[in-house]
Design a protein around this ligand. Structure first.
Ligand code: SF4
Length: 299
């Protein structure tokens, strides 16, 4: 995942997963590559500020430099703002949908601007199994093929390849490892908005399955690995080509980038981006993720 001479940006939430990922990357590849952590402050008072504090302690203990980036400064909204709008208009959906889009965009932007060659995250086996199941159950094959331990290509301008070093490590093992090594990490209260997350249902479902059928999480990951090349090559499922967002000029694979779409949604109070990530025929061999004319007209 990491080659000699690379500069790797590590997305650090301050939780056990990203702290363990940072620790292991530095321990295993610290003599051949450079690592730097980025902590995104999504603006969730009483939660993210405390997690960031623990993340900074971890960086100091591990011996890695760090940068804290405010989502509010980058995209104009804190998650507290977003939650306030959702409370007024529940049709906007869950906070996590917005939070994930903001975080992904900011991480990529920091990585591109900093000239990093890889972006590492702390996703573990449980996270990956949940994501696979979520995309299978919603039929979102375009998102599904974007999963995996190494995603993205260094050849695509404006996008930094992502790596997930812990993708084969079950969550409980990561917890045990972080505690065994006494790595500073945040493990108190969950995010106050996490009750809205769709992911909670999948976590419960997959954990129950794992209890009665041990190995289910690995099996799901293994099935996905076998399926991914088939989806990419044989079924022709692929994401769109890199281009500039017509609204903000940022790098995107669609006409309007994810951040602009969700900001429009917040401003207009309805889902203006609906259908952007559905699989639609493009008239050529196979399928690709493209924005629909309906959405383009709305912008
Ligand atoms: S639980 Fe949802 S809102 Fe809270 S930090 Fe995670 S993604 Fe963001």
């Amino acid at each position: 995942m990491v080659c000699k001479g690379e500069r790797v940006l590590v997305g650090l939430s301050g939780g056990k997963d990203s702290v363990v990922a940072l620790y292991l990357l530095k321990k295993i590849a610290g003599h051949v590559a450079d690592f730097h952590a980025v902590l995104i402050d999504e603006g969730i008072p009483g939660y993210r500020d405390r997690a960031i504090k623990r993340g900074i302690e971890a960086c100091e203990k591990i011996g890695v430099g760090y940068t804290v980036v405010s989502a509010e400064k980058e995209v104009g909204y804190s998650m507290q703002d977003v939650f306030g709008l959702i409370e007024k208009n529940p049709k906007l959906g869950s906070s996590c949908g917005f939070c994930g889009v903001f975080r992904r965009e900011i991480l990529n932007r920091v990585a591109v601007e900093g000239g990093y060659s890889k972006l590492a995250t702390g996703h573990n086996l449980d996270d990956e199994a949940q994501s696979i199941a979520m995309n299978l159950f919603t039929g979102d094959l375009c998102r599904l093929v974007r999963l995996g331990p190494v995603t993205g290509s260094a050849k695509v301008d404006g996008f930094v390849p992502r790596i997930k070093p812990l993708v084969e490590c079950p969550e409980m093992e990561v917890v045990a490892y972080a505690n065994l090594l006494k790595l500073p990490h945040y493990s108190d209260e969950c995010c106050p908005f996490s009750w809205m997350a769709k992911r909670n249902h999948f976590r419960k479902l997959i954990n129950e399955l794992e209890d009665v059928l041990p190995g289910s999480k690995y099996a799901l990951l293994s099935t996905f690995r076998q399926l991914k090349p088939v989806l990419e090559k044989d079924a022709g499922i692929k994401k769109g080509d890199a281009r500039k967002c017509v609204l903000c000029g940022n790098n995107t694979t669609q006409r309007v980038c994810g951040v602009c779409r969700v900001i429009e949604k917040l401003k207009m109070g309805r889902d203006v981006g609906a259908g952007d990530s559905v699989v639609v025929g493009n008239g050529k061999k196979g399928l690709s993720c493209v924005e629909t004319k309906r959405n383009v007209k709305k912008f």
